[in-house]
Design a protein around this ligand. Sequence first.
Ligand SMILES: [Zn+2]
Length: 94
Amino acid sequence: MIRGLMLVVQALLWLLVLRFVLRTVAAAFSLTRTRPVAPGPGPRPQVRAPEDLVLDRVCHTYVPRSRALVARVAGHEEAFCSAACRDRALAAVA
Ligand SMILES: [Zn+2]
């Protein structure tokens, strides 16, 4: 009688464990498979708005504004790709 009850409880526990494992595997599988491809509603975090570029007039390179070196040359601010370009512009003015 008690032995039969133990068997039933044991079977239920195994079913719970099995269900948990299956769910975890299914979740991991669906995450890795659908995340990069699914367009999905709402904003997608990996697609960022294009950052505006500024022209370095010394070497004619476009640099993202956040990475540009800004210096005041001959009274107005200019953006440069590197300290070398900034120094060349400053030297040309002086
Ligand atoms: Zn430059």
